[in-house]
Design a protein around this ligand. Structure first.
Ligand SMILES: O=C(O)C1=C[C@@H](OP(=O)(O)O)[C@@H](O)[C@H](O)C1
Ligand SMILES: C=C(OP(=O)(O)O)C(=O)O
Length: 440
């Protein structure tokens, strides 16, 4: 593999992956640690913070909001919180780069703070739907303007000088970003704000806000979460688990390349995030979960994965939010499985950094894959022999990494153009893959 320039990543087929490693910290948890630390009183220390571009954008935005944040090393972050009153009107536009989590959660927070902010991001962010968060926030009394009737960034938020209105919101989508934006605005509402979702989405906000001292309620079925307004949040020590969404690329790579065996230490296996393990096992994959333990309110484990012959499966329904970001790499696993894999109920893939259904189908076809696009998923016929080709990431980090893993079993060289986006969530991915292929 050629890693000199991450703008163009070249992958050759070859050796199995062997060794033991960690992966960078969880992206969802790293964002939240900075945001909640900024709203709390005291010094929040974040260990194994993800120094990926998305989480660096969150640090940058909260610094522009007047919060002192230090980063003594790439993965250690210290947030000097002074409570919500420590956040001040920014004199610049808040630029979230490529990060949907940053813009959506921050918009929830800014709705409750008494000053004007303007938030925007890169071309992908400006195409992604923001109405899903602005709609409930407007219902709570927030003042938000934006393109296309406040459904597209840039957004201007004139935060409330009085308390917001606590609402019960029935979300039409299972989205942790929507749920979190409403709950975060609920911190500035009189009484209890609640959100109900059609399916359970990741619950890091609920877990971490509770650890910071908020009064969080949850229904038994997990579909409703609520928060009491105006809590006194207290600074915490946050230990970020390894990101299972990053580990997923290694889990699939080791599953499909014969002779591979990897041990991945300290991976977050929160039950709202662990769908990839269930799917790989359903496909005949050999994934063991060892040493499961709770660390700072999150479930963490070591994962052992060995190559195994995979078979096709059907993925849909309630598991989709538990593996939504893993669907591009699951599509790659399906290519090397015997039989057909169907992904359905996953239309949300179309509103990520790219339209991940169209982009994955289009790029994998360049390698000779047999994939049919569906409005809410894809049908992947496994067993095709792939040939290396020149592919495009379209600026989507997960697409770039999924294509690199496909290249491990394609004949000849696979090139991924515009692979610098990998730094959004998994800095060092190409180098780590190379190290593991050398059997370190
Ligand atoms: O809350 C979060 O940290 C995230 C929620 C998911 O998005 P949606 O809420 O849009 O499903 C996921 O795709 C994203 O990578 C991170
Ligand atoms: C969808 C993703 O992130 P975000 O929504 O934060 O941009 C992702 O990381 O795959």
């Amino acid at each position: 593999m050629q890693t000199a320039s991450l703008k163009r990543l070249a992958v050759q087929p070859g050796p199995p992956l062997r060794g033991e490693t960690e992966v960078p910290g969880d992206k969802s948890i790293s964002h939240r640690a900075v945001m909640f630390g900024a709203l709390a009183k005291g010094v929040t220390r974040v260990h194994r913070f993800l120094p990926g571009q998305d989480c660096l954008s969150t640090i940058d935005c909260f610094r522009k909001l007047g919060v002192r944040i230090e980063q003594p090393s790439p993965s250690e972050v210290v947030v000097y919180g002074q409570g919500p009153g420590g956040l001040k009107e920014p004199s610049e536009v808040l630029d979230v780069g490529n990060s949907g989590t940053t813009i959506r959660l921050m918009t929830g927070i800014l709705s409750g703070l008494p000053f004007l902010s303007v938030v925007t991001g890169d071309g992908s962010i400006r195409r992604r739907p923001m109405g899903r968060v602005t709609r409930p926030l407007l219902e709570m009394g927030a003042s938000i303007w934006g393109r296309e009737n406040a459904t597209k960034a840039p957004l201007a938020i004139n935060g409330a000088s009085m308390a917001l209105e606590a609402i019960h919101y029935n979300s039409p989508v299972a989205s942790a970003q929507v749920k979190s934006a409403v709950l975060l605005a609920g911190l500035f509402a009189e009484g209890r704000t609640s959100v109900r979702e059609p399916l359970v989405s990741r619950d890091h906000t609920e877990r971490m806000l509770a650890a910071f001292g908020a009064k969080i309620g949850r229904s038994e079925d997990g579909l409703t979460a609520s928060v009491e307004g105006f809590p006194e949040l207290r600074a915490q020590e946050v230990e970020v688990p390894g990101d299972i969404s990053s580990a997923a690329f290694l889990l699939v790579a080791a599953s499909i390349v014969p002779g591979s065996e990897l041990v991945l230490y300290n991976i977050g296996v929160n039950p709202t995030r662990d769908g990839i393990i269930e799917v790989l096992r359903a496909m005949g994959g050999d994934v063991q979960v060892e040493n499961a333990r709770e660390v700072a309110g999150e479930l963490v484990a070591d994962l052992i994965v060995r190559s195994a012959p995979l078979k096709g499966t059907t993925i849909g329904g309630a598991i989709i939010p538990r593996l939504i970001d893993e669907l591009p790499i699951i599509a790659v696993a399906a290519l090397f499985a015997e039989g057909t894999t169907e992904i359905r109920d996953a239309a949300e893939m179309r509103v990520k950094e790219t339209d991940r259904i169209a982009v994955m189908a289009g790029e994998l076809r360049k390698l000779g894959a047999d994939i049919e696009e569906r409005p809410d998923g894809m049908i992947i016929r496994g067993g095709a022999s792939l040939r290396g080709a020149e592919t495009e990431s379209h600026g989507d980090h997960r697409v770039a990494m999924a294509l690199a893993v496909a290249g491990l079993l394609a004949e000849g060289e696979t090139v991924i153009n515009d692979a610098a986006s990998i730094d959004v969530s998994f800095p060092g991915f190409a180098e780590l893959l190379e190290t593991l292929r050398r059997g370190a």
